[in-house]
Write a protein that binds this ligand. Structure first.
Ligand SMILES: [Zn+2]
Ligand SMILES: [Zn+2]
Length: 355
């Protein structure tokens, strides 16, 4: 095997990244080495690429390979690896748990106290090869296309967020228009939601939401969405709100449109503290609030695999662009430019897989 590989590397504290030739990762005893077939760009990668305030405070190891969403084939295994074999077709949970802390030992590995994140705390997968601990390796069905297998990390957020309680027969408001909000439309439909309202700003993306199963969408910049939602639910409000956007405006919309006794799943991050009238909007309304961080390990992954492999969930409309890894700058531009004219952008280190 070759000793070097091409990789997209953040090599200085500042905006951008470079395609460089670098060493193939050395394998630790509990890790597997994966030849990356497909790897997708996430909002987190964009933050690191742009080098925003969050990235400045969070990214400690420069140079570092970007990326955390992938699908690929295992080409080597460390000596203590037991269940994953060379030739397995895998993706990975990106939250790497310590397996020893209180959270890990009580069934909450996804919020481990010593959590390390792929492509954030250690080298990522925008490369020909990536090494990941066996504990996070997820074996894919061989029939699952690499572009779909690659986006399971964000899709898993949507599965966890949407199905943390059943949505069958319920009205659901999804706030946001990023890929996660679009995935959530599909998951809500697969889960049997009666009405799926999507509230966002980007028309191109909200049209993808319709293809994924949204009943209708509303533009928060052009319409009084809170009034419309109340009218459509006979003044009652929706049963379920998923906030995939985050921030004060999204929170206000969520809390003003959720019915008494409804369920609120908070996933989108705010850029700072937000104000909330806890008396009126939470306590007296008797709503249930879930903080959604990552994916349940591995409850969410099993659910997601069943939805994808059974054909109940088709994510084709969300994967809008496939590019060779060399064109990563074009991929990032697609993600950063407004208006947003992409869903998920998938990169291929080896163009022979790019069909
Ligand atoms: Zn991601
Ligand atoms: Zn832990």
């Amino acid at each position: 095997m070759a000793e070097t590989m091409k990789a997209v590397v953040k090599n200085k504290a500042g905006s951008g990244a470079e395609l460089v030739e670098t060493k193939i990762p050395a394998l630790k005893s509990d890790e597997v080495l994966v030849k990356v077939i497909a790897t997708s760009i996430c909002g987190t990668d964009v933050h690191i690429y742009e080098w925003n305030d969050w990235a400045k405070g969070r990214i400690k190891n420069i140079p570092q390979i970007l990326g955390h969403e992938f699908a690929g084939e295992v080409v080597a295994t460390g000596k203590n690896v037991k269940n994953i074999k060379v030739g397995d077709y895998i993706s990975a949970e990106t939250h790497i748990p310590c397996q020893r802390c209180y959270q890990c030992l009580t069934g909450n590995m996804h919020i481990c106290n010593n959590l390390k994140i792929l492509g954030v705390d250690r080298d990522g997968c925008f490369a020909e090869y990536v090494a990941v601990p066996e504990i996070v390796a997820w074996k894919n069905d061989k029939k699952l296309l690499p572009e779909f297998a690659s986006v399971q990390e964000p899709l898993g957020n949507a599965v966890y967020c949407t199905l943390v309680e059943p949505v069958t027969g319920k009205s659901v408001l999804i706030i946001g228009d990023g890929p996660l909000a679009l995935f959530s439309c599909g998951v809500a439909r697969a889960g049997g939601a009666a009405n799926i309202f999507l509230a966002g700003m980007e028309e191109f993306r909200m049209n993808i939401g319709l293809k994924m199963g949204a009943t209708e969408y509303f533009n928060v910049n052009k319409e009084k969405v809170d009034e419309i939602i109340l009218k459509k639910t006979n003044g009652l409000g929706v049963d379920v709100v998923l906030d995939m956007a985050g921030g004060q405006q999204a929170l206000n919309l969520a809390l003003s449109t959720i019915r008494k006794g409804g369920r609120f799943s908070a996933f989108g991050l705010a850029s700072g503290p937000v104000k909330i009238d806890i008396n009126e909007n939470v306590i007296f309304k008797g709503i249930t609030v879930y903080g959604i961080n990552g994916r349940l390990m591995f409850d969410t992954w099993f659910k997601m695999a069943n939805l994808l492999n059974s054909g109940k969930l088709d994510i084709t409309p969300v994967v809008t662009h496939k590019l060779p890894l060399e064109e990563f700058k074009k991929g990032f531009s697609l993600m950063m430019n407004t208006p947003k004219l992409c869903g998920k952008v998938v990169l291929y280190p080896d163009s022979k897989f790019l069909k």
